[in-house]
Design a protein around this ligand. Structure first.
Ligand code: TYM
Length: 331
């Protein structure tokens, strides 16, 4: 199993409930690799000092949510050069047309235009495919927004295998069910996913937000105009704001959103309880995070150990892929 997260912006509830929380459970059941994708972070302008700081922050947060470096392999993408090299072989497998169809590329270039976009932003999904294929991963736990990138990875693996002979394991996305974290929505704009690059920070609950900030953001969450009888119900299409709150409270308390809805008739109490449950959900993570930041040696050791393990696996797969396409081994 492999998954990755970008060390950009700050982690939010969407990252946690859509991906990280599942990783923590999965690590005990699968041979798991978790990658802080610092090379992916270079696809848009980034201050070097900030990238360094965010990469460590990201590693600490992954440890704080519960990844155990003695159980799983946690590493920085740039520490394992095989990612960039396999990406090249896969760029020579992918077509311009299929990369142009990637909705994330279209969204990210909508404002600034394609001409000014970095080439890396265009080829980004191919690097993501390399991340996955290097570890023979058959399970890739991600949020719903990564579905298309996973389809591309499957297409590239299949095409490569057809062209050059069996080389890669064809992976499958493991996406939480709808209503169970697949797509957490922005609290201010409940028809858009919660995102690191959201227009307003008020709609995004960060994993490191203090309790007052969580309470304020949830209290101001946009709900729906209809407040009559039966207005608290789980109906993402007709009532996206309320449904998102029901999903959040359900995830924090281990219940289905429709089941949570049965306990409420008004928005006010739903918001109060949601905020309180989120504060409790995040409290232990925040505590561990602050302990870890006081002791940077823990993350450094985890990353060192992780890079060694990841490299030992990735180098074998890369050698196989190089052989498949006809590159000679170094004498
Ligand atoms: P990234 O860094 O944007 O997000 C990390 C994970 O969080 C999930 N996620 C969400 N889930 C539910 N609701 C949301 N609002 C929400 N927002 C984010 C994402 O789906 C993701 O699982 N391209 C990837 C990183 C990547 C990767 C990989 C993932 C690089 N290589 C290989 C898997 C395998 C990305 O930018 O994720």
């Amino acid at each position: 199993m492999l998954s990755g997260i970008q060390p950009t912006g700050d982690f939010h509830l969407g990252n946690y409930l859509g991906a990280l929380r599942g990783w923590v459970e999965d690590q005990h059941e699968h041979d798991s690799y978790f990658c802080v994708v610092d090379l992916h972070a270079l696809t848009i302008p980034r201050d070097p000092a900030e990238l360094r700081a965010k990469s460590m922050e990201c590693a600490n947060l992954l440890l704080a949510v519960g990844l155990d470096p003695d159980v799983c392999t946690l590493f920085l993408q740039s520490h394992v050069p095989e990612h960039a090299e396999l990406s090249w072989l896969l760029e020579c497998t992918a077509s311009m047309g299929e990369l142009r169809r990637m909705t994330q590329f279209k969204e990210k270039t909508a404002r600034g235009g394609e001409e000014a976009a970095r080439v890396g932003l265009f080829t980004y999904p191919v690097l993501q495919a390399a991340d996955i294929l290097l570890y023979d991963a058959d399970r890739v736990p991600v949020g719903d927004d990564q579905r298309q990138h996973l389809e591309l990875t499957r297409d590239l693996a299949t095409r490569f295998n057809q062209r050059y002979g069996e080389t890669f394991v064809v992976p499958a996305a493991a996406i939480p069910a709808a209503g169970r974290g697949a797509r957490i929505m922005d609290l201010q704009q409940p028809t858009a996913k919660m995102s690191k690059s959201a227009e307003s920070p008020q709609g995004v609950v960060l994993l490191l937000d203090p309790p007052e900030a969580i309470e304020r953001k949830v209290k101001r969450a946009v709900t729906d105009a209809d407040t009559g009888t039966g207005s608290v119900r789980y109906d993402p299409a007709a009532k996206p704001g309320v449904s998102n709150l029901l999903e959040l409270l359900g995830l924090a308390t281990g219940r289905a959103p429709a089941q949570v809805a049965a306990d409420y008739s008004q928005y006010g109490p739903l918001k109060v309880d949601t905020a309180a449950a989120l504060v409790e959900l995040l409290r232990p993570i925040q505590q561990r995070y602050w302990e870890l930041t006081a002791d940077p040696g823990v993350a450094e050791k985890a990353l060192e150990q992780g890079a060694d393990k990841a490299h030992s696996v990735a180098s074998v797969t890369l050698r196989r892929a190089r052989h498949s396409v006809g590159l000679l081994p170094r004498p």
